[in-house]
Write a protein that binds this ligand. Structure first.
Ligand code: ZN
Ligand code: ZN
Length: 733
């Protein structure tokens, strides 16, 4: 700003000049250069006043310069620029073109289109130099109709064979998503330079047509145009997106052959291509060969490993980066968040806080979703404070994620509070809240909110319907669910997917309407998948419908031979019918196919610390006390009729051992630790990675009654709120 001040002073006190002509001329050129270097709107207005005072207000060049300079300054100075331009009497085509070009580059390119329309009405003549600017403005605001009109005018006036106009037309169509029109113009061109090729290739890439990117690139290599770094980066990214490793390798070779400078931009593009093709070994080779590794390139490696879920390898590189920037932190944090390492994501976020690095929108979203995954309420509240502190509380996507986070941490109130406080809500906001109620078994509120959403004219989408149908099915609202399903198809023209049919099968199945469920499966236009057969099978299990259950389980195993639930069900059915030969056959198959149940793991948050328990875990430092507590609790429960239910245990061991295995389920260990440590009256929150088994479910219910404790368990699919011996899922899960 110092330059402005020194510039302003001498001009405001411009001394009178003895020779009027020279004086006039000097003042003109002085003003012209002052206008070019002005940096504020007030400075420009001062200069404008001097133009008027010196009687130079008929000077087209000064007025144009003033208009162009203020246009380039900021969005708010645009009306002023337009008013200055309006003072130019009958502007010539050349003058208008300069101003239009400036407008097309400004923060409001559409103003070029408005002005052009006005000038045309006033009788402006256009020449071939008018078109690139106008087409550029149309591209930038994706104004297809205006762009097509301008293109049409160009054709009428015979400018459409000018390569600059043609290139601008290609750019306009590509930017407006009309890629085949862009290609048509592109094919007509007699001369194509590297810019034109770049626009066309980028257009295909933006439209997600990665195979076309690669084909066009082949064509380009056959014509005599040399690709530049920009094009190569675009093509490399297309190779990655299309998963075309061979093509990516070929480009890498081409770069080496041509001895091109491997700047960090190009190296990152190569690394990203290799990682997108799933080949981190090749990325690592390239990385190892680099003589110097900067933060941009290393971050590409961190992202690459992270996206493939190889967080340990990502961390190794991350730790070696000396000057980590925000992009780099963000890549590592989202890597953890997305690969089921929520605790590490939060720890790293903490470290970043200590270093005083302000998170961006993406990092914040990752951290919120990590909290949701972790299901830890205290941590979530802590993160919410950061969201507010960094001013993200108005960001729609982050607020939506907060609703989901609170819901997954078992706090419907927290979710509700965020929802109520939002000024703006989109379909995702409503869907998140509807799904929150559904997850917690509050079908009434879920349906109520769904109706409210429709009343506020927000169009529900496919996901909204999954949530509300899920709520209906878990609460046994058969009629309501059928009505909603019908409205989805008839009113909203949403084609039902497997998830929707799955909810409907569930809806009928849970209500013991198994015939209706089977009819739906037989009539649905999609081939039933794992979800559908799984729902039917679960319903049969609950209602002890052996024949249909066996049928569904077998279809399920046709589609997914390693489905552990189906094996368990079949084996239980056979065991109950004493078909021992069949039981042995199922077990033999499971062993043969290597089916194993994922090891159960439960987490308990206590005083802001997370305690993790595996099935039959003895690694906790208070393990002895925990197992003693378990014995005590089992003793208490047996007095009120508890007997371990071992029907979900599929290992070939005797009944005593089965009982032990059930009792050592991770959620029971977590619960006992909670009973030891939590103050009386507080509720116990447990997050379990698998579906809760029947025995644990009964166990929790009894504990909630005998010890008068509220227990909240989040299992793989839903929440169970236990209170006074009952569960919110009404024993359907
Ligand atoms: Zn269990
Ligand atoms: Zn339950």
């Amino acid at each position: 700003m110092a330059a402005t001040a020194t510039m302003t002073q001498p001009i405001t006190t411009f001394p009178p000049h003895p020779n009027p002509t020279i004086h006039h001329h000097n003042r003109h050129s002085h003003l012209l250069s002052a206008l070019s270097s002005a940096t504020s709107i007030s400075h420009l207005k001062q200069l404008h006043a001097q133009i008027l005072r010196s009687g130079l207000d008929r000077s087209t060049s000064l007025l144009l310069k003033l208009a162009v300079s203020s246009c380039a300054l900021s969005r708010s100075s645009l009306p002023y620029a337009l008013s200055v331009f309006a003072q130019i009497p009958r502007p010539q085509t050349r003058i208008s073109n300069s101003f239009l070009r400036e407008l097309s580059r400004s923060s409001e390119p559409e103003s070029a289109l408005f002005l052009f329309e006005k000038l045309l009405k006033e009788g402006l003549r256009v020449d071939r130099f008018s078109f690139p600017a106008l087409l550029k403005a149309s591209s930038r605001v994706q104004a297809l109709m205006e762009g097509m009109e301008i293109h049409g005018l160009g054709v009428k006036l015979g400018f459409d064979s000018d390569p600059f106009v043609q290139t601008a037309v290609v750019r306009m169509y590509a930017a407006c998503g009309r890629i085949s029109d862009a290609r048509m113009m592109f094919e007509k061109m007699s001369h194509r330079d590297v810019v034109t090729w770049s626009i066309m290739i980028d257009g295909y890439s933006q439209s997600g047509l990665f195979d076309d990117v690669l084909m066009l690139f082949e064509e380009m290599k056959r014509s005599d145009v040399e690709p530049d770094e920009m094009i190569l980066s675009t093509v490399l990214s297309a190779c990655g997106r299309a998963g075309n490793l061979n093509c990516g390798k070929a480009i890498h070779e081409l770069i080496t052959e041509k001895d091109m400078v491997l700047d960090s931009h190009l190296v990152s593009a190569l690394i990203t291509m290799y990682s997108s093709c799933g080949s981190m070994e090749l990325a690592q080779d390239l990385y190892d060969q680099l003589s110097s590794k900067n933060v941009v390139v290393s971050t590409a490696m961190v992202s690459g490993y992270s996206k493939l879920g190889k967080v340990e390898a990502a961390r190794l590189i991350f730790d070696q980066i000396d000057e980590k920037d925000l992009v780099c932190w963000s890549a590592m944090i989202s890597g953890y968040a997305e690969s089921e390492h929520p605790q590490e994501a939060l720890d790293l976020f903490n470290e970043m806080q200590v270093l005083g690095i302000k998170p961006d929108h993406i990092t914040m979203l990752s951290v919120v979703s990590a909290c949701a995954n972790l299901g830890a309420l205290e941590k979530s509240k802590w993160i919410h404070k950061h969201v507010d502190k960094y001013g993200f509380s108005e960001a729609l996507s982050i607020s939506n994620a907060l609703i989901d986070m609170y819901a997954k941490c078992g706090s419907l109130e927290g979710a509700r509070e965020v929802f109520n406080r939002m000024h703006r809500r989109n379909v995702i906001t409503w869907t998140s809240m509807i799904s929150a109620f559904a997850m917690h078994g509050d079908a009434a509120n879920s349906v109520k909110l769904f109706n409210q959403m429709k009343a506020e004219n927000i169009q529900p989408n496919g996901v909204t319907f999954v949530s509300v149908l899920y709520a209906c099915s878990h609460a046994g609202l058969v009629d309501e669910g059928q009505k909603i399903f019908a409205s989805m198809v008839n009113e909203y023209n949403i084609v039902p997917k497997h998830e929707h049919y799955g909810c409907m099968v569930d809806l009928f199945g849970r209500a013991n309407l198994l015939r209706e469920a089977l009819e739906l499966v037989e009539q649905m236009p999609l081939a039933p998948n794992v979800v559908i057969w799984g729902s039917l099978m679960a319903a049969c299990r609950v209602h002890k419908e052996v024949e249909l259950g066996e049928f569904a389980a077998k279809r399920l195993l046709d589609l997914e031979p390693n489905h552990d639930g189906a094996h368990v069900l079949l084996s239980n059915i056979y065991a109950k019918e004493r078909r021992w030969e069949d039981v042995r056959e199922v077990r033999r198959l499971m062993k043969h196919k290597g089916v194993f149940k994922e090891r159960g793991c439960s987490r308990l948050e206590l005083n802001n610390e997370i305690h993790e328990f595996l099935m039959a875990d003895r690694s906790h430092k208070q393990a002895d006390e925990i197992y003693a507590k378990l014995d005590e609790v089992v003793g208490d429960l047996k007095l009120v009729g508890y007997a371990p239910n071992t029907c979900d245990v599929l290992v070939d061991v005797n009944e005593d051992e089965k009982e032990e295995m059930v009792l050592w389920h991770s959620e029971k260990l977590a619960l006992c630790y909670g009973l030891m440590k939590e103050e009386e009256g507080s509720s116990i929150h447990i997050v379990k990675n698998l579906r809760i088994c029947e025995d644990c479910h009964d166990f929790m219910k009894l504990v909630s009654k005998v010890y008068q404790r509220n227990i909240i368990v989040r299992d793989r699919t839903r929440f169970h709120h236990y209170k006074d011996g009952k569960c919110s899922c009404k024993d359907y899960w």
